[in-house]
Design a binder for this molecule. Sequence first.
Ligand SMILES: NC(=O)c1ccc[n+]([C@@H]2O[C@H](COP(=O)([O-])OP(=O)(O)OC[C@H]3O[C@@H](n4cnc5c(N)ncnc54)[C@H](OP(=O)(O)O)[C@@H]3O)[C@@H](O)[C@H]2O)c1
Length: 193
Amino acid sequence: MQKKHIMENIHINIVVAFAEGNRCIGKDNQMPGWKLPVDMRRFKELTEGHVVIMGRKTFESFPPKYRPLPNRINIIISRNKNYVPEMNGAEPAEVCICGSLGDAILLGTEKAKGQKLFIIGGGEIYKQAFDSLSVLIDTVYATVVKGEFEGDTFFPELSPLDWHRVKVESFLRDEKNSHDCEIQKWIRTEILH
Ligand SMILES: NC(=O)c1ccc[n+]([C@@H]2O[C@H](COP(=O)([O-])OP(=O)(O)OC[C@H]3O[C@@H](n4cnc5c(N)ncnc54)[C@H](OP(=O)(O)O)[C@@H]3O)[C@@H](O)[C@H]2O)c1
């Protein structure tokens, strides 16, 4: 009963930007070769004021001045019990280390208190989330970048049986944005009924 109650309170959102051609999300612990301020703005708008969960490598992939991500509770997943993240003056309560994705989600739900919970990557963490916790994921916010990119990290396929695309906004490349892209919102089919 208690477990059912806890599960009902967990609502996970996923944010990602991936290449349409090969679902690439990263290369050498950096983003693939696109420059998309439109995507960065969307990421900030979605996640600011909320709780973000990420793998240790994703945390370390951010430029130093964005570690931890400001105005968000940062939960970092690492098997290293002694991991000490950069704090850059953040309050200790704003940065937490968890030893598993499950623990991170429980802690994130507790800390969210009406705010939203976002898993923001990277490849290992997305894969574990879809493999073992997909029934707890409500929404996927995906920036789909036109083209195929070289990389070493990828985003899982979303089964059309389980996921329904509810929104798409298209953006054309311009002097600031290096590629055409679509900002998509997907909802788990089960919660639409
Ligand atoms: N395009 C996008 O939207 C996007 C978003 C995020 C990241 N990225 C890219 O993705 C890449 C990073 O992804 P990644 O797959 O290499 O790494 P990651 O998922 O960010 O982090 C992997 C690390 O998380 C920890 N971890 C993973 N599973 C765990 C578990 N079950 N229990 C405890 N700790 C666990 C481990 O940390 P320890 O080694 O410390 O134990 C592991 O090395 C980078 O290229 C980044 O730029 C892209």
